[in-house]
Design a protein around this ligand. Structure first.
Ligand code: GLN
Length: 247
């Protein structure tokens, strides 16, 4: 009898672990997106509704809608997103995350959905006008921990990097002179500069990066579904509409 029970339990576990991720999401009725919400216009907290909104959120809502489930958003530190995905706390990362070979070792990325690049933001009142990363040598530079800006600047000797969890804090420190520059993706840089007349972008776009939605490597079924949704969005000019809405 006991042996029979053991076999039954093992069989049940096998069935559960082989039930697809899409079935699992549909059964529970929601899909969990992980993001870091100080990155306008991709993801940021709307002042009035206090909800996380933005371009990425709308894309994730599209995926949820096609699955027939609700979207749940978890706002976590950028460098905690891949660990959260790998420990099943979230189902996908939609966080303006650049597809890089290092990250691809840990997660699978969708087809690219946005092309971006890094820029340098400085104070207008300062005479410091860096045009390239090398110009940042000997200066204190704010980045978000674990981002491509952090990774690329860390390779250059002589830059004093100050790592932040939230961009809001990085820009506060820049505005009051605790740092000399902040490096981040161009579209959020423009958004921050627009709302802070003390700041300006001093460099051209310094890299070419493609954003992808990340899922666990074993969730190929979900990856295929996301890619299908992204392709459909493109063909329906739904994507163009979202660009015109958020940029
Ligand atoms: N695109 C950058 C990266 O992937 C920054 C993303 C972010 O800060 N949300 O590292």
């Amino acid at each position: 009898m006991r042996r029979f029970l053991v076999i039954l339990v093992v069989a049940a576990l096998v069935v559960v672990s082989f039930a697809g991720i899409i079935d699992e999401i549909k059964k529970r009725g929601y899909i969990i997106m992980g993001t870091e919400a100080t990155f306008p216009p991709f993801e940021f907290v709307d002042k009035q509704s206090k909800q996380v909104v933005g371009f990425d959120v709308d894309i994730a809502k599209m995926i949820a809608k096609k699955l027939g489930v609700q979207l749940v958003i978890k706002d976590i530190a950028f460098d905690g997103l891949i660990p959260a995905l790998m420990t099943n706390k979230i189902d996908m990362i939609v966080a303006a995350m650049t597809i890089t070979p290092e990250r691809e070792k840990m997660v699978s990325f969708s087809i690219p959905y946005f092309t971006a690049g890094q820029v340098i933001v400085v104070r207008k009142s300062d005479s410091f006008r860096p045009k390239k990363y090398e110009d940042l040598k000997g200066h204190r530079v704010g980045v978000q921990q674990g981002t491509t800006a952090d990774i690329d600047l860390s390779k250059i000797k002589g830059i004093e990097i100050v790592r932040y969890t939230r961009f809001t804090d990085a820009f506060l420190d820049l505005a009051i002179g605790r740092t000399d520059a902040v490096v981040l993706d161009a579209a959020p840089a423009q958004a921050y500069v627009k709302f802070n007349p003390k700041l300006m972008i001093s460099s051209p776009v310094l890299s070419e990066e493609k954003y992808g939605i990340a899922v666990r490597k074993e969730d190929k079924e979900l990856l295929d579904f996301i890619n299908k949704t992204l392709k459909e969005m493109n063909s329906k000019t739904c994507y163009d509409f979202l660009v015109s809405l958020w940029f």
